[in-house]
Every structure is written in structure tokens, then in C-alpha cells.
Design a protein around this ligand. Structure first.
Ligand code: XLS
Ligand code: NI
Ligand code: NI
Length: 433
């Protein structure tokens, strides 16, 4: 046991009237919502990188956080694992997520790095068995080390492609051994800084082949989880190839992977791509590739992927509404890809931030469930598209342009526009959030 969170108890549920900043006001894991436990709806996860690996730097200054596990020895990594599970238990969070390089220091060779990752994974396995905390997903960090400065799978140097493949193999093996529900690929540097030095056609083909190899290997080892791609339009690159959900879907189709790979949608990345969070979710649901969510929020003025904790209930409620309409999570969940502000120095800040984020998701779920139970939005949609339910309209989709044109003339079809009722629907939403 470490003393990092000394004085902070397991977070209790105290109800909406509570003013205790370290208590849940809405999150009750066992509460049934639409017939399913809240915990099973939301499948929330703490991410290792922002909470335990990030030092609090920004482009103008370095570390602000002082953590006893900062350093690059295995001793530090073991302490980090200790503290991480102490936090998961206090938060009653059912899952966590990590990159290989978050959990263990990089060694002098890839073999040594892999051995370090495996040594910590063994500790994870014991702690997971003891606490019941599961792994929502694992991933490989293919962006921090300078070897990846020009990309991983899309690198002009085939040796970097090879190194990335070897690193992903190990991260996927470890994720599989820990019973991970998914494996994520975020192509942080799979894009370009300038087209002047970039052969885009070649790079896209490399990325497609790399992803196909990941899927082939996943099937070979019998990993039952889902492979997820996390779209992001740019940052740190000027342009990232996994721009948004629709772009990723086109890419998957091109390489015949649309049945094998799904998407992990991040709130902040949706905003960076010029979309709303619910737009990205609705797109993924419509295309059949919805997988998981990285929950956070961006500062709307700064234009950066600021990875703040979610605190906007209406935004989260609409997102969850679309997730529920799409059938809810299967292997996915809500991963808090969110970090403290660099002035939030204390252990209590780390706990309090997650309590708030989890409560926002719980409140969003309750609002979304109430919207579904009320049925108003669904009824409005059904009414709006009712014309398409008639046999004539359906038959038209099987006919052809000339036949349709002939019918329009014969029946003197001249459509009368109808109100879209947007404000009424916006007002309706406000009854629930
Ligand atoms: C960065 C990404 C990253 C992924 C995991 O913007 O969100 O944190 O989720 O590599
Ligand atoms: Ni993310
Ligand atoms: Ni991000």
C-alpha cells in the first residue's frame, strides 16, 4: 500500500443533494436504467497516461506535478501500478486503459522494453484478479520516441514500420493476456507535416497493410476483443490520415476491414474535426462501426485537444442518447482520456476530477434514458419519415429514373414543404437535461 491517497476514502454515493466534492451525486453502479446496471451501460475507464504518466507540462513549461513514481526505473513503475489500482478502487471504476510506454520504462532495446511491459502486466494480472478491475483496452505508444517523428506504419523508413509492428505485436499480446475488451490504434503521427516531402499514396497503402496485419494477427492469436481506430484530424501532425469517422470508414472499406475494425470516438477530436461529438457517434452507428468512446471535452476557444474532464451534461446526454439508440456498448465503454489542468497539483484533484466526470456520464445516461422512455424524439422522427413507409415509396427505390419521371408527370406530383420543427425538438431536449 502507498500513502499517496491517504485520507481519501472509497468514493460514496450521496445523492443529488450532496455537496461533498468527493461523493457521487448520480453514479450508482447498481442502479437499473432501462433494465441494465448503470455500470454496465457506461463501462467507464481511467486512462493511465494522463493520470499517472503525464507530468503537467505545456508547450512553454515542463513538469508541475510531483509524484513519487516519476522516474524511469522499474521500481518507479511498480509504485505507479500500486497507486493506479488504489485510485481505481477508490473510484469504483470497472476498467482502465494504457499504452505500453505508460506502464513501464523504455529499455535499451525493444526486447528489454517488452520485458519491462510484461513484468508490469504480471502485476496488473494479480491486481485485476484481486480487485475485479478489467482492462477496457491496451495500445502501443507509436508517437513519443523520436524514431516515430515521421510516423510509424506510414514512415518513409521501412525499419520504423518493422519496429512499430514488433511493438504492436507485444502490446496486443499483453492486452490479450490481460483479457482486454479492445485494442486501440491511435495513429498520432500517421499523417504529414508537409506534402512537399510526403508520398501520400504510398503512406496510405502502408497504413492499410499495417492494419490488415494487426487484424490477421488478432485472429491468429484468437483475441476476442475489438480492434479500434481512434480518429483525429491533426495534432501533433498538420494532417492525420484518420481524420474523422467517415474518413476512417472509407479507409477501412478500401482495405476490406469494415467488418473487422471499429472506431473509438473522442469528444475533443470530434470538435477538432469540425463536428459535434454526437455527429461522430451517429455517423459510426449509421455505418456500423461504433466501438468505444474517449470521454473528455475541449476548450472551445483554444483550438487544442485540451483533454479536459467532461462537464457538459447536455453534450454527454445527446451522445449517450445516440449510443443507446445504436444498441449501447458491446466491448466498448467510456474511457476518460482526460487530464488535470497543470495547476491541479494534489492527489485530491485526481480523484475529484474523475468523480465529476463519472457523475456527468451518469447524469447524461439518466437524461438519455428519460428521453428514450418519453419517446418524443423518436415519434417526431417516425412522423417526419412516415412517407417512406408507404408501399409506393418503397417500390420507387426499386424502380428507375425514367419510371419515376413518368409517374411524377402522370400524378402531377408537386411536394408541399413541411416544418422541420427544430426549435420544438430543442425545447423538448431541455426538459431532460
Ligand atoms: C491523443 C489520443 C490518445 C489516444 C491513445 O490525442 O486521444 O490519448 O486515446 O493513444
Ligand atoms: Ni484518445
Ligand atoms: Ni486525444
Amino acid at each position: 500500500m502507498s500513502d499517496f491517497f491517504a485520507g481519501i476514502d472509497k468514493v460514496p454515493f450521496k445523492g443529488p443533494e450532496s455537496d461533498d466534492p468527493l461523493a457521487f451525486r448520480f453514479y450508482e453502479p447498481d442502479r437499473l436504467v432501462l433494465g441494465k446496471r448503470m455500470e454496465d451501460h457506461l463501462r467507464m475507464a481511467v486512462c493511465y497516461w494522463h493520470s499517472f504518466a503525464w507530468p503537467g507540462g505545456d508547450p512553454f513549461g515542463g513538469q508541475t506535478f510531483q509524484r513519487p513514481w516519476f522516474g524511469d526505473t522499474m521500481e518507479h513503475a511498480r509504485l505507479k501500478a500500486e497507486v493506479a489500482f488504489e485510485m481505481f478502487e477508490r473510484l469504483r471504476v470497472p476498467f482502465f486503459t494504457f499504452h505500453d510506454r505508460d506502464i513501464a520504462p523504455e529499455g535499451a532495446s525493444l526486447a528489454e522494453s517488452n520485458a519491462n511491459v510484461r513484468a508490469i502486466a504480471e502485476i496488473f494480472a494479480e491486481k485485476m484478479a484481486a480487485t475485479g478491475v478489467g482492462l477496457l483496452w491496451g495500445t502501443a505508444n507509436l508517437f513519443s520516441n523520436r524514431r516515430f517523428m515521421a510516423g510509424a506504419a506510414t514512415n518513409p523508413d521501412p525499419e520504423v514500420f518493422a519496429y512499430a509492428a514488433a511493438q504492436v505485436k507485444c502490446a496486443l499480446d499483453v492486452t490479450h493476456e490481460l483479457g482486454g475488451a479492445n485494442y486501440v490504434l491511435w495513429g498520432g503521427r500517421e499523417g504529414y507535416e508537409t506534402l512537399l516531402n510526403t508520398d501520400m499514396k504510398r503512406e496510405l497503402e502502408q497504413a492499410g497493410r499495417f492494419l490488415s496485419m494487426v487484424v490477421e494477427y488478432k485472429n491468429r492469436i484468437g483475441f476476442p476483443g475489438t480492434i479500434l481506430i481512434e480518429p483525429k484530424p491533426q495534432e501533433p501532425t498538420k494532417h492525420q490520415y484518420d481524420y474523422d469517422v467517415a474518413t476512417v470508414f472509407g479507409f477501412l472499406q478500401r482495405f476490406g476491414l469494415e467488418g473487422e475494425v471499429k472506431v473509438n470516438i473522442e469528444t475533443g477530436h470530434s470538435v477538432l474535426a469540425g463536428h459535434s461529438f454526437e455527429h461522430e457517434i451517429a455517423t459510426a452507428v449509421a455505418l456500423g462501426v461504433f466501438g468505444s468512446v474517449d470521454a473528455n471535452r475541449n476548450d472551445y476557444q483554444s483550438g487544442w485537444d485540451t483533454d479536459q474532464f467532461p462537464n457538459n451534461v447536455p453534450e454527454v446526454a445527446l451522445a449517450i442518447y445516440h449510443i443507446l439508440k445504436g444498441g449501447g456498448f458491446t466491448t466498448g465503454g467510456f474511457n476518460f482520456d482526460a487530464k488535470l489542468r497543470r495547476q491541479s497539483l494534489d492527489p485530491v484533484d485526481l480523484i475529484g476530477a474523475h468523480v465529476g466526470g463519472m457523475d456527468v456520464c451518469a447524469r447524461g445516461l439518466l437524461a438519455a434514458a428519460a428521453m428514450i422512455e418519453d419517446g418524443g424524439l423518436e415519434a417526431a422522427l417516425a412522423e417526419r419519415y412516415a412517407g417512406w413507409e408507404t408501399p409506393g415509396a418503397r417500390a420507387m427505390l426499386e424502380s428507375d429514373l425514367a419510371a419515376i419521371a413518368e409517374r411524377v408527370e402522370r400524378e402531377r406530383i408537386d411536394p408541399e414543404p413541411r416544418s422541420g420543427r427544430q426549435e420544438r425538438l430543442e425545447n423538448w431536449i431541455n426538459r431532460f437535461v
